[in-house]
Design a protein around this ligand. Structure first.
Ligand code: ADP
Length: 255
């Protein structure tokens, strides 16, 4: 386990021996994965390798069959069939950004961002509004508070989706292919917002095929294939000098 200069452990997320099957298809096989506080981890791998299932499992959106997930001091052991209350302690620490932004179409941009803080976290509407307005400005969306999602471009909608996740003050931000449903010309706006969040010290796990982002922003890259983490480490090692044949083959196909 890594430690910081004070000798304190700075592991934020620890995933151990995670298993998940859909019917008789084993989608995650014994996955172990660690994320250090303030770092960006990128999950790469072919379609169907289990990336989304791993991310959704961390977020409590899928229930693994076995294994443990711990964030800070909250630890869930799936072999023990954890209850709703225990799962909620874990998921309260997570902000999730979906491939499709999943904004509520009938609400304004501001309401989409403040709904979680006000309803789920019982924060005051004034404080939630002030923070949401600041986040919109930070993400290049000042003045769009009263717009409806359909009045925004896909890239703007996704930036609202990120603001909605950040407004919950999670310990960990998870991104599931946040740019893969976007038109190419707006992808960089979203990646810039994500890079700024990384620079601000957010701890992030990102499933993406954007290799330039992985190379430039990630501290850690994990390559999944067939429900197994085949290779992981620093981006310059995994992406530039992969050791495993399966990683080499995948990278040669997409680069
Ligand atoms: P990736 O994100 O790497 O493309 P996924 O985690 O989405 O991979 O999927 C891994 C495998 O699990 C795929 O074969 C997919 O069809 C299957 N799968 C994912 N979700 C479900 C589900 N809800 N029900 C049945 N099979 C699923």
């Amino acid at each position: 386990m890594e430690t910081d200069a004070t000798g304190e452990s700075d592991v934020l997320l620890q995933v151990n021996d995670l298993h998940k099957a859909f019917g008789d298809q084993e989608v995650l096989k014994n996955v172990s994965f660690q994320v250090l506080q303030g770092t960006v981890s990128v999950l790469i791998g072919p379609s169907g390798s289990g990336k989304t299932t791993l991310l959704r499992s961390i977020a409590g959106l899928e229930v693994p069959d076995a294994g443990t997930i711990a964030i800070d001091s909250v630890r869930v052991d799936y072999a023990q069939h954890p209850g709703e209350k225990q799962l909620r302690k874990l998921t309260a620490k997570i902000g999730f950004v979906f491939q499709q932004h999943n904004l509520f179409p009938h609400m304004t941009v501001l309401e989409n961002i403040t709904e979680g803080p006000i309803v789920a976290q019982h924060r005051s509407p004034e404080e939630a509004d002030t923070e949401a307005i600041a986040l919109l400005a930070q993400f290049g969306l000042q003045g769009r508070e009263e717009s409806r999602p359909h009045e925004l471009s896909g890239g703007q909608q996704q930036r609202v989706g990120i603001a909605r996740a950040v407004a919950l003050h999670p310990r960990l931000l998870l991104f599931d292919e946040p740019t893969s449903a976007l038109d190419p010309e707006v992808v960089s706006d979203v990646l810039t917002v994500m890079r700024d969040l990384a620079d601000d010290g957010w701890t992030m796990v990102v499933v993406t095929h954007e290799m330039a982002f992985a190379r430039q922003v990630a501290d850690h890259v994990a390559f999944l294939d067939g429900g197994v983490i085949v290779e992981q480490g620093k981006p310059e090692n995994v992406l530039e000098h992969p050791q495993e044949a399966r990683t080499q083959e995948f990278l040669s196909r997409i680069l």
